[in-house]
Design a protein. Structure first.
Length: 625
């Protein structure tokens, strides 16, 4: 190996995905043969955690995953060509470090948390940072002699041929480049730019969509009313940073629940969204019934059986998905709670399989088999729980929403409702099948972008990717203390009289404010990419925004994602040609891999993609003879 110049690979982005690719390079190193590989990790943030999971952020911020559901290691479930390299989940890692079975440098601030960590806890992002740092160091230690790693604590600002320019003025010569991108930061869209201009003209404050932990909210004054659009995870982070993060304190009550003691530095957050309710709390129990058989009704075979050239996601695909969710729900209800049903599960399952979703026959079957209406799955109500409901005053609505949140917390903590977990597991299965549907190229273009990438992704996040229960308890305490008020469903913000004005469909009246916050991450958009490197490549025609072709008309609709060839993650240029030595992986590429951490034993798409791209790179290093 010493006689030949090493093959150099630039990995732009050294967070969990970038280090995951590095791990797969090491696992597949037998493909190197007689040439060395020099990997340059380029990221201004620490390798392993990267930007989002860096240790240097508020200790108040937590994951929305339990530690047993987070792993950085492949297992026997992953269908890939390369070898499996198993390793501990976050929970197993914490226990091994605690017991002295693993050597890891853990910051003092998280030692107590690590020591007490349990299955149903929600770790701080700082503890996850320690796990990711250990994972990176383990990957380095496991690399064979033929692979070297060079770290660059800088940002990649340009790529010209084989030269990558960095923000510190240095350059890296790269035979190949892999962009391990997460969520793309984006400049404001047309409507947001109008609001930016309006705010500047009237001396107001407007915060466009962005990663909450990186936004400076210090300009928000104590006591001022702040309109917040978005009731998901970004809002939860905002809520904590502007309350407890400003010196307030939560007190555990002997009767249960929390009381909030304000510091006086908090603003008043007036929050709403289209649904008008927060994301569902994460479920705090396990299945009681038999193991679920998933996928059952939504797999490649079922997709192939759909009739029509251009499929409408809502009309054609959603019935299969809904049937899959109901299958997961009722499988657990029947096998975990047989006292609440009137049919043998085998009889129910046979009849259920033969009936179209939401047909009169299926509704009759469920009514006969599940006597309590509260035990029946109602996906329409689940998606829009406030649809058609109006209240006379903000106070009446606030009381209703409190009861809704309290009921959600009770349900997510009580194993009597474990059928909800069956639906949750089915939803995860569905989400993992969606890339297969996209690759078949049969979806109507506008339906794919608006219904699948838009509505369904939002429904998935709302039901399956919500906050820890504690966060909703804190929300209730903040509402009781007058620090949070609820705007309602179909929240609308207009500009009137030099102020932002909020209204909603839930109750009459308006709320004016000088500050408006978009509590959400920006959607994928190559066109509005904030990153200078992506803009440079886009403007040079070397990186393109994916367009979705309608299978009948051939019309193209932009999806916002980085255009890649799904089979090998190669970057496609403006003419659709794959680049021979540039790759991109991440949720905002054509592969649409999940942005969340991988759950063990789920054949995760991110692991499969990491393995495939690593083997493509190694084939460039040492081409097959």
């Amino acid at each position: 190996m010493a006689d030949r110049a090493p093959f150099t690979l630039a990995v732009v982005g050294a967070g969990p995905r970038g280090v995951g690719v590095l791990e797969r390079l090491g696992a597949n190193a037998e493909l190197l043969r007689d040439r060395r590989l020099e990997v340059h990790l380029i990221d201004p943030f620490p390798p392993g955690p990267g930007r989002v999971w860096r240790y240097d952020q508020s200790p108040l911020l937590r994951m929305n995953s339990m530690p047993e559901d987070v792993t950085m290691f492949t297992d026997e479930s992953v269908t890939m060509t390369g070898p499996v390299r198993p390793g501990p989940t976050l929970l197993e890692w914490a226990r091994k470090v605690r017991d002295g079975a693993l050597d890891a440098e853990v910051p003092l601030d998280v030692v107590a948390e690590l020591t007490a960590l349990d299955s149903f806890d929600f770790p701080t992002r700082r503890l996850q940072s320690a796990y990711l740092t250990w994972f990176y160091r383990k990957v380095l230690g496991d690399l064979p002699d033929g692979i070297d790693v060079v770290e660059h604590a800088a940002r990649a600002v340009g790529v010209d041929g084989h030269t990558v320019s960095l923000s510190d003025g240095t350059t890296v010569r790269a035979d190949a480049v892999v962009f391990t991108v997460g969520h793309l930061d984006a400049e404001p869209d047309d409507r947001e730019r109008e609001l930016v201009t309006f705010a500047a003209r009237h001396g107001l404050a407007y915060y466009p969509a962005g990663y909450t932990a990186d936004v400076d909210y210090s300009g928000i004054a104590p006591g001022e009313t702040v309109l917040v659009r978005g009731f998901g995870l970004a809002f939860v982070d905002l809520m904590l940073l502007l309350t407890e993060g400003r010196g307030g304190r939560f007190e555990e009550l002997e009767t249960g629940g929390l009381r909030y003691h304000p510091s006086g530095a908090e603003p008043v957050l007036h929050v709403g969204s289209r649904r008008g309710v927060p994301y569902h709390a994460k479920i705090g129990y396990r299945l009681r019934g038999k193991p679920l058989r998933l996928p059952r009704f939504f797999d490649a075979y079922a997709m192939d059986g759909l009739a029509g050239e251009a499929l409408d996601f809502r009309a054609d695909v959603w019935p299969l998905i809904a049937k899959e969710l109901a299958w997961g729900y009722y499988s657990e209800l029947f096998t975990g709670h047989p006292d609440r049903v009137c049919l043998d599960f085998a009889v129910f399952a046979d009849a259920f399989a033969d009936l179209p979703w939401d047909s009169p026959g299926m509704r009759d079957l469920v009514a006969r088999a599940v006597p309590a209406e509260a035990d029946r799955l109602d996906l329409d109500h689940l998606d829009r729980p406030l649809r058609g409901r109006e209240f006379g005053t903000a106070e009446e609505f606030g009381k209703e929403l409190r009861e809704y949140v309290e009921a959600d917390l009770a349900r997510r903590a009580d194993q009597e409702f474990s059928a909800d977990l069956g639906a949750f597991m089915a939803l995860l299965s569905v989400y993992s099948q969606l890339p297969v549907l996209v690759q078949k190229g049969r979806l109507d273009a506008s339906s794919q972008v608006s219904d699948m990438d838009g509505w369904f992704h939002g429904f998935f996040s709302y039901y399956a990717s919500g906050p820890p229960p504690r966060r909703l308890e804190e929300l209730l305490a903040l509402h009781e203390a007058g620090v949070v008020s609820f705007a309602g469903a179909e929240m609308r913000v207009t500009t009137d009289g030099g102020a932002f004005v909020s209204t909603s469909a839930s109750y009459p009246g308006t709320v004016p404010a000088r500050t408006l916050v978009e509590a959400r991450l920006p959607g994928p958009s190559v066109t509005r990419a904030a990153d200078g490197l992506l803009r440079q490549l886009r403007d040079a025609g070397e990186l393109a925004e994916e367009t979705v072709a309608d299978p009948v008309t051939g019309a193209l609709l932009p999806s916002g994602r980085i255009h890649t060839r799904v089979s090998d993650s190669r970057l496609l240029d403006g003419t659709g040609r794959p680049h021979p030595h540039r790759f991109a992986v991440g949720p905002h590429t054509s592969a649409r891999s999940a942005a969340a951490f991988t759950r063990p034993r789920t054949n995760a798409a991110s692991f499969r993609q990491n393995d495939a791209v690593a083997r493509e790179i190694l084939a460039l290093v040492s081409p097959p003879s």
